[in-house]
Each structure stands twice: as structure tokens, then as C-alpha cells.
Write a protein that binds this ligand. Structure first.
Ligand code: TIU
Length: 232
């Protein structure tokens, strides 16, 4: 069985690569560009931009091999029915979710700020899951979609490592998916929190999953071939 060299030990890939999916979490303008929700929360968004080439490299590799790619974006309905008041109150800033900011209404589906950044724009046939929570399984059809395509292995990338990426990985791990986080394809506004998250994921024998470098992930993916149609 092909492996990815990972921590805390090798990550076993399925014999049929159609059972894996690349999960790209929330690479949307709201978090990566000035004027978005990330900056409104007081963060330096340039911290996140360094991973764009690594995520692009994986996106290209998965496209070339015909493998599933699923992107997520955090966003709410314009009438905010899916945004609890407690979430709107977070950040304690002048502007919050639903208010008008420099890129349209903040964290609202369909607004300019809610688009996936240009370099990672999905193809028409690729899936983008809109999620109202930090975790991508909360109030979405992600689990049903993955199971209907017999996907068992999830390769995680995106932002931010300790918030939406970690929340989603924990949800996926509890649902029985084999989860690997690509270390140089995930970022936080706080490098120390990213490092802590990588360590807590792979602690205790991989209690949440595995972490691996981009180079080792690509080497593992290229070891084997796929044989059936992907989800995205
Ligand atoms: N604020 C922060 O670090 N993250 C979020 O609000 N959402 C995601 O992580 N996508």
C-alpha cells in the first residue's frame, strides 16, 4: 500500500486514489485580502498569503490526476438566519458579520469578499461547500457527499490552521475519515498557534490525524494511480 511519509508515522493511502479528496478550507478574500473579515478582526492578512503557491501546487496535482477537490468557504445567508447572535458578537469590533465593509457585506454568501481568491478559483465541475460554522461538517452536506463518493481519506489545506482547519479536521476524524494536514499548505495569523496545532493534531499517536510536508504529500500521491471517477 502506498504511503506518505508523515508524522507521527507514515500515512497509508488507499489502493484506489479515487477514495481521497483534497480539502481546501476557506481560501476566500475575506481572510486573505485587506479589508476583509480577517483584517477587521485585527489580523495581518499577509501571514496567510505565503501558502497560496503550495495550495495551488496540490490543486494542480489533483486536477492532473483527476482526483476530487473540495473547497469550502465560510459565509452566511444575507438574512443571517444561519448566524447566531453569539457569532456576530465575536471580535468585539466596530464592524461584524453582515455589516458593509470594503468588499461588500462581511462574510455573506455572494458578496465580493466571499469569493475564493483568484489563483485558486474552482473549475465549474469542482465542489465549493458554503459553511456557516468554523467546522465544514456543521450544517452542510459534506459528510453525505463524501460517503456517496466512497471517499475515506482527506488531505487538508487552507486557513486558518487553528480555527476552521482544525475544527473541520476534528469533525472529520470523529466521523472516521483518515485525515492528513499538509504543513506548508496551511496558515494562521499567528505562527505559534499554527505550530501548536500541528503538534496537537499528531500528538498521542496521531489522535486527530497526521501532518506531512508538501513535498512528501506529492511524492505519496504520485506513487499510485486512480481508477474511478472523482467527486469534484
Ligand atoms: N479568525 C480566524 O482565524 N478564522 C476564521 O474566522 N475562519 C477560518 O478559520 N476560516
Amino acid at each position: 500500500m502506498p504511503n506518505i511519509s508523515a508524522l507521527p508515522y507514515d500515512y497509508s493511502l488507499p489502493d484506489n486514489l479515487s477514495q481521497i479528496a483534497l480539502i481546501i478550507i476557506d481560501m476566500q478574500r475575506d481572510f486573505l485580502e485587506p479589508g476583509g473579515f480577517g483584517e477587521i478582526l485585527g489580523n495581518d492578512v499577509s501571514q496567510l498569503q505565503s501558502i497560496i503557491p503550495a495550495v495551488q501546487t496540490l490543486q494542480t496535482a489533483f486536477r492532473e490526476k483527476g482526483l476530487s477537490i473540495i473547497q469550502t468557504k465560510e459565509g452566511h445567508s444575507p438574512n443571517l438566519y444561519d448566524c447566531p447572535p453569539s457569532k456576530r458578537a465575536r471580535g468585539n469590533g466596530k464592524l461584524t458579520i453582515g455589516d458593509v465593509g470594503p468588499m461588500g457585506r462581511i462574510l455573506i454568501l455572494g458578496e465580493p469578499g466571499n469569493e475564493i481568491i483568484g489563483p485558486l478559483a474552482p473549475l465549474d465541475r469542482e465542489v465549493v461547500i458554503a459553511k456557516p460554522g468554523k467546522g465544514a461538517f456543521y450544517h452542510t452536506k459534506l459528510d453525505k457527499m463524501l460517503r456517496s463518493h466512497k471517499i475515506t481519506h482527506l488531505i487538508f489545506t487552507g486557513v486558518t490552521t487553528e480555527v476552521c482547519v482544525q475544527s473541520t479536521m476534528r469533525e472529520a476524524n470523529d466521523r472516521g475519515y483518515e485525515c492528513l494536514l499538509v504543513e506548508d499548505a496551511t496558515a494562521s495569523y499567528f505562527p505559534t498557534l499554527k505550530q501548536a496545532t500541528l503538534e496537537m493534531i499528531r500528538a498521542q499517536g496521531g489522535i486527530i490525524g497526521w501532518t506531512a510536508t508538501l513535498k512528501d504529500t506529492l511524492a505519496g500521491i504520485h506513487q499510485t494511480e486512480t481508477s474511478s471517477a472523482p467527486a469534484g
